[in-house]
Design a protein around this ligand. Structure first.
Ligand code: NAG
Ligand code: NAG
Ligand code: NAG
Ligand code: NAG
Ligand code: NAG
Ligand code: NAG
Length: 471
């Protein structure tokens, strides 16, 4: 009984031992086998790696973005264009900037070679959605992006930049700003309006179309496939740029705000705004027909040509604000490079002077708050109101650039100081010396003033000291 009883257990033991041995062998075999596969796959991987690495060496390194990588999509109408040609001509660089201007009908006049080539938009009456559309011109505008894509002129293009026929672009700065972003990813770069109402009525999340916006090429490709579908989905939208932001949102892409794009939903005199631009590079202006000429005593077209004289020399400093003081006289100088210079008969810190003086009015009147930024009121207080000087000329010397700003009208106020002997009235012009090299990064430049009591002051721009405070 014991034996018989023990034998099964013996057999069971034997079986177990055999199983254990078998198991060990099996595990060993499995280990060796899979290890082999693992080693193989590793060497396979490393082969891919080496191949890719070698391809990387063979292919030219990805260059930084330059002007040739931008495709401009401008939209106008034959009715308005005649009056707006100077705006386009002022910044367009024939045979350098790439792109087209899209029109509703073929222009009757011969086309100037100093303008972008024109294209006539496709007839949108052929679209199924046409009878339902609330505003057909918006669809013509947005489809200019699709029609540009279909022209197959996109070799090497990294970005589409969309603007109107009354948009003034600062193209070197656009290149500088866009080169910060990875053009191989889907990006939508633009800016909202200056006025809260415009953003509220349209969208806080859209790049306003007159100020211009940029789409990276992979986003253009995705949009081109889905654009007509999107127009059908949002047939009731009345504004191209709002429609665009909805189409892009549905493609999973939201706006990146770049403060240098200016829709200019404003009326009146912009000088207070342009004297206090943010440190972001200036990218565009818009709405020249509705604001006063940028310079006193000049017409709109003359003003645009004039401001471009400075922009053609150094876009990195355009409208960049530098502030410095003459402490012996309690004077503060504030320069907006290429546009204007102010003298205050009081010491002010940068925190105060970076607020725009509200010389302008909103697009639509209404109760405050009106603007997306804080402002200072126009003042008749001689300690608060500046002496105004406007950009008059630019010269390039060996190592530096000299911009001059002249007084265009008297201030008509008493001096801020009680003794009255430190009025800035005798000053007729301000000369600003800046380096030939572009301003780096988004930093503020500091300055020093030289003034000997005559009618001109010299200001030299320089890097700010490490711990310098501008007060
Ligand atoms: C712009 O970059 C391309 C390479 O993508 C290069 O071939 C071209 O020469 C560059 N153009 C300028 C003006 O630097
Ligand atoms: C642009 O290029 C064309 C063809 O190469 C040439 O005929 C024309 O003169 C150029 N225009 C300018 C403004 O350089
Ligand atoms: C500058 O302003 C300060 C403070 O308001 C005042 O005490 C000083 O006398 C002024 N200096 C001159 C030269 O006016
Ligand atoms: C200053 O007075 C002159 C002459 O009265 C006038 O033409 C000018 O517009 C005034 N300037 C300002 C800024 O009020
Ligand atoms: C202004 O007048 C005061 C007192 O008359 C004098 O001390 C000061 O030096 C004068 N300042 C200038 C800049 O002339
Ligand atoms: C301003 O700069 C010019 C040219 O460099 C020079 O001739 C003049 O003396 C300077 N004026 C002052 C007040 O420093």
């Amino acid at each position: 009984m014991y034996n018989t009883m023990s034998s099964p257990s013996y057999h069971t033991d034997m079986l177990c031992k055999n199983l254990v041995i078998l198991g060990v062998v099996a595990i060993f075999v499995i280990l060796v086998f899979f290890n082999q596969i693992y080693i193989n796959s590793q060497s396979f991987d490393s082969n891919i790696f080496t191949t890719r690495y070698q391809e990387g060496l063979l292919k030219p390194k990805e260059t930084t973005t330059n002007l040739s990588h931008l495709m401009f999509v401008l939209v106008g109408s034959s009715r308005t264009l005649n009056n707006r040609i100077t705006y386009v001509e002022s910044w367009w660089r024939p045979n350098v900037t790439r792109g087209n201007i899209f029109l509703d009908v073929k222009p009757s006049e011969p086309w100037s070679p100093s303008l972008p080539p024109f294209k006539v938009n496709e007839d949108i009456k052929k679209l199924k959605v046409y009878p339902k559309l609330r505003k057909t011109v918006q669809v013509r505008i947005i489809r200019s992006i699709l029609e540009t894509y279909r022209l197959k002129q996109d070799e090497g293009v990294r970005w589409y930049v969309k603007g109107d026929d009354d948009t003034l672009f600062f193209v070197d700065n656009i290149v500088d700003v866009l080169s910060k972003y990875d053009h191989t990813k889907k990006h939508y770069v633009g800016m909202s309006s200056e006025t809260i109402k415009s953003n509220f009525h349209f969208s806080f999340q859209m790049g306003f179309g007159g100020g211009g916006y940029a789409l990276s090429y992979p986003l253009v490709e995705a949009l081109a496939l889905k654009l007509d579908e999107c127009v059908e989905r949002y047939y009731f939208i009345r504004a191209e740029d709002q429609l665009q932001s909805l189409c892009l949102a549905d493609l999973g892409v939201d706006l990146i705000y770049e403060k240098g794009f200016h829709q200019m939903d404003l009326h009146g005199d912009l000088s207070g705004l342009l004297a206090a631009h943010p440190t972001n590079p200036l990218l565009s202006f818009h709405h020249f027909g509705t604001v006063k000429p940028l310079f006193p005593g000049m017409d709109r077209h003359g003003s645009v040509t004039h401001i471009m004289k400075a922009a053609n020399v150094d876009q990195s400093r355009m409208l960049q604000q530098s502030i410095c003081h003459v402490r012996a006289r309690n004077w503060t100088f504030s320069v907006s490079w290429g546009y204007s210079a102010h003298i205050y008969e009081k010491l002010f810190p940068r925190s105060h002077l970076k607020l725009p003086i509200e010389t302008f009015r909103p697009w639509q009147r209404g109760r405050p708050p009106v603007y997306m930024f804080n402002t200072r009121p126009v003042s008749r207080d001689p300690c608060e109101a500046p002496h105004w000087f406007f950009f008059s000329s630019i010269e390039q010397e060996n190592e530096r650039v000299v911009t001059s700003y002249t007084r265009k009208f008297p201030r008509n106020m008493t001096s801020c100081s009680l003794s009255g002997n430190i009025s800035a009235d005798p000053l007729a012009s301000i000369r600003v010396f800046s380096p030939k090299t572009p301003k780096q990064g988004r930093k503020v430049e500091c300055c020093d003033v030289e003034y000997d009591g005559a009618d001109v002051a010299n200001i030299t721009l320089r890097d700010c000291g490490r711990d310098e405070i501008i007060i």
